[in-house]
Design a protein around this ligand. Structure first.
Ligand SMILES: Nc1ncnc2c1ncn2[C@@H]1O[C@H](COP(=O)(O)OP(=O)(O)OP(=O)(O)O)[C@@H](O)[C@H]1O
Ligand SMILES: [Mg+2]
Length: 266
């Protein structure tokens, strides 16, 4: 039998997960666990890993003091905990493969790639809400954020995709199924880094960057959690054929899953 594949898009704002049975997400928030009486809610994630206790997701926001991870690198304990929770909640009991993403500007960074694999690959022992499991992440595959979403909904001709995230905005181009690196990249701006998270302001910043190589007559697919809010502003600024994807929040992780599947069958 194939080893289960778990795709994880550990974004700055939310961790999106896809496995063979479906998709789910939780806030990318991790805090040291705080002792004391509290309410126990359905989505609470109390995690014990490597001798330390953490609150993850909504519980971290409600009862903990989560730190915002605003560094560029994803090689960080927070990423590890998010991936472990994703694997655990996917009911992996033994072993799995993980497919995750890197922003376009970091994708070829060997230190980042090797660091992320080293962080995630191997045997892990984790306890979530009192349930202890030991599993092995046998292999970590890395996909391009934004660009990989293409593989969940491939199209012929010129395809432009823009992914405004919490901290950065990735943009990608495919021509007849071929990724075009020189018309793709990362803009260091996102909904949580632009003052007021103003959609018109975001659209202006994005348009001035993508406008260098993209034509206003191109269809532009918008993905990410706030895709809908960018549709009208991008149209007004000149990209008249901009449109929000159908499940924008999950577009990346659906793409990661497809890339992971094609690697298995290669
Ligand atoms: N369900 C939702 N409803 C409304 N807004 C949302 C929702 N989910 C996310 N957002 C908003 O959309 C923004 C982008 O979310 P998204 O999950 O795409 O970012 P991310 O992938 O975590 O970030 P990055 O790609 O920069 O690491 C967030 O800053 C958040 O404010
Ligand atoms: Mg993202």
């Amino acid at each position: 039998m194939d080893i289960p594949l778990i795709a994880v898009d550990a974004g700055r704002h939310g961790t999106k997960v896809k496995n063979a049975r479906g998709m789910f997400c939780f806030p990318s928030s991790v805090s040291k666990a705080i002792e004391g009486h509290r309410e126990h809610l359905e989505n609470d994630l109390e995690v014990r890993y490597n001798g330390k206790d953490y609150f993850v997701g909504e519980l971290a926001q409600r009862e903990g003091y989560p730190q915002r991870l605003m560094t560029e690198s994803k090689v960080h304990d927070q990423t590890l905990l998010e991936v472990l929770v994703a694997v655990f909640r996917s009911e992996v009991m033994d072993r799995c493969r993980v497919m995750t993403g890197l922003p376009i500007n970091l994708y070829t960074d060997e230190r980042e790639r090797a660091g992320l694999k080293r962080l995630l690959e191997g045997e892990h022992e984790v306890t979530v809400n009192g349930v202890h499991r030991r599993f092995t992440i046998e292999k970590v595959g890395l996909a391009l954020e934004c660009a990989s979403s293409y593989f969940a909904a491939p199209e012929s001709g010129t395809v432009r995709i823009v992914d405004p995230g919490a901290r950065t905005t990735n943009y990608a181009t495919f021509k007849d199924g071929i990724y075009i690196g020189k018309e793709s990249g990362t803009i260091p701006l996102g909904w949580d880094s632009v003052r007021g998270a103003d959609p018109d302001l975001m659209a202006g910043q994005i348009a001035s960057e993508i406008g260098k190589s993209w034509s206003p007559s191109n269809r532009v697919k918008i993905i990410g959690g706030k895709a809908e809010e960018l549709e009208e502003p991008l149209k007004r600024i000149g990209f008249g054929f901009a449109y929000a994807a159908e499940r924008p929040l999950y577009a990346n992780v659906e793409g990661f899953y497809e890339v992971g599947r094609s690697l298995t069958h290669a």
